[in-house]
Design a protein around this ligand. Structure first.
Ligand code: EPU
Length: 415
């Protein structure tokens, strides 16, 4: 099993370029099967989640070429067969094949997706959406067979503004007859990126990025070229790293507006940030003040940065309250942070972080992707060496994390 070894207390300097967004790419890749032509997706991050989706595409007989960060996908000869559990469970986003294959072939047969164990994460809203479009869902243990004679547009209200359900329903509805309206839709930039991709193919989606999305069904989707947006969560992780150990670290290839919630919190903490058109320059600050964080759907504070920012809060004077409202189980990082020397108490969906606490390197485990990021950040400021186990989680979502951090002056290696 691979592990990360990190020697702490090295100043970070220089520039880091942010990759394409994982949570956008993992929807764009399955969405490509809807096209009747060839699609080219650029700025795809080189992460293991990309490889897992590629495995599904190739299993379905799509012709895929990957060169650097560009994927060229030809789905003309796809065979719409059952997707086995061994590949569907490698990641959560395999569920986007449900909407995409249903939308194209009116039938999909696959097993329940995998992903980080950060809560129950049901997919009831995805399935309700498919049913509203006229599909029949048959569930056998963790296998789903979803089929329809015809998909017909409908009005769908989401009880929760779910990113996954919003995207999956868009995928299923683009070729449906008539108009679909998703109310209380998720507004995340990744939803917009997917809608733009589908519109580039010839779909008619209006309102992505607002809470009401209108999808006017079309009969044919062409090939197209499309670019993955920069990863706001990867950017946020490096912004926090620079706030902890940086000396004028430049974080480039970002869309600053996507990070407004984090920017406001960093400023409240006392970090000085230069905001450029597509970059930030950040240095560490000596007097950081505690702040309260409450995770919310976009444009609120992203749950995916809740664990990473907790590391920064351990270095802020006073007590900070962290409230997690999206997932039930996203404090698994806390035990390991406390093992490193922090003083964090959790109760239900709240954590109180008492600062300032010096951290010391030790052996820790990445229980999920962002918990792993939180521990990498902790290791950067810890005295001595930290060994992080279970790093497959981290490699699923952060492109070249070792090279990028070493490029900034950190001492980190995969063993
Ligand atoms: N939910 C339901 N029923 C559903 C769908 C969602 O109850 O049918 C609940 C979930 O259990 C959760 C909440 O709604 O409590 C929000 O879930 P959402 O569907 O928005 O999340 P997701 O689509 O499963 C994506 C990202 C997550 C990110 C969330 C929120 C992907 C592959 N995953 O998940 O990313 O936290 O949106 O922004 O896009 C990560 O990158 O570390 C990660 C977990």
């Amino acid at each position: 099993m691979q592990r990360l070894e990190i020697e702490g207390k090295h100043i970070l300097e220089g520039e880091v370029r942010i990759s394409g967004a994982k949570n956008s790419a993992v929807a764009l890749i399955p969405a490509s099967v809807l096209s009747d032509g060839i699609v080219t997706i650029s700025n795809v991050p080189n992460i293991t989640d990309r490889d897992a989706l590629n495995e599904i595409l190739e299993y379905l007989n799509a012709d895929v070429k990957i060169e650097d960060e560009t994927m060229v996908i030809d789905s003309t000869n796809i065979e719409n067969k059952e997707i086995p559990e061994s590949i569907s469970k490698k990641l959560r986003a395999s569920y986007y094949f449900m909407g995409a294959l249903l939308g194209k072939y009116k039938k999909v047969n696959m097993y329940f997706p995998g992903g980080c164990k950060i809560g129950a994460r049901p997919i009831n809203l995805h399935l309700k959406g498919f049913e509203a479009l006229g599909a029949i869902v048959t569930e056998r243990e963790n296998q789903y067979i979803i089929e329809a004679d015809e998909l017909i547009g409908n009005n769908i209200y989401l009880d929760i503004a779910s990113v996954g359900a919003t995207i999956n329903i868009m995928l299923a509805a683009v070729k449906a007859k008539g108009t679909t309206i998703i109310e209380n839709a998720a507004k995340e930039p990744e939803v917009v990126n997917v809608a733009m991709f589908l519109n580039n193919m010839g779909a008619r989606i209006i309102g992505a990025g607002t809470s009401e999305i209108k999808i006017i069904g079309v009969s044919k989707l062409e090939g197209c070229s499309h670019e993955v947006i920069p990863d706001r969560i990867e950017a946020g992780t490096y912004m926090i790293a620079a706030s902890l150990m940086g000396n004028n670290v430049k974080i480039s290839n970002v869309i600053p507006e996507h990070l407004d919630a984090l920017l406001l919190k960093l400023k409240e903490i006392g970090i000085k940030i230069e905001v450029g058109n597509d970059y930030f320059i950040i240095s560490k600050s000596d007097n950081m003040k505690s702040v309260n964080i409450k995770t919310l759907p976009y444009p609120g504070f992203p749950t995916d940065l809740q664990q990473p920012i907790t590391t920064l809060l351990t270095q802020c004077e006073g007590s900070s309250k962290v409230e997690e409202t999206i997932y039930e189980n996203r404090f698994l990082n806390v035990d390991y942070l406390n093992k490193m020397g922090s003083n964090i108490k959790t109760k239900d969906k709240e954590a109180i972080v008492y600062g300032v606490t010096p951290l010391k390197g030790c052996e820790v485990i990445a229980t999920d992707l962002r918990a792993g990021a939180c521990l990498v950040l902790a290791a950067l400021i810890a005295e001595g060496k930290t060994t992080i186990h279970n790093i497959d989680h981290i490699l699923r979502g952060y492109e070249g994390i070792v090279e990028k951090l070493n490029g900034l002056g950190a001492k980190i290696k995969i063993v």
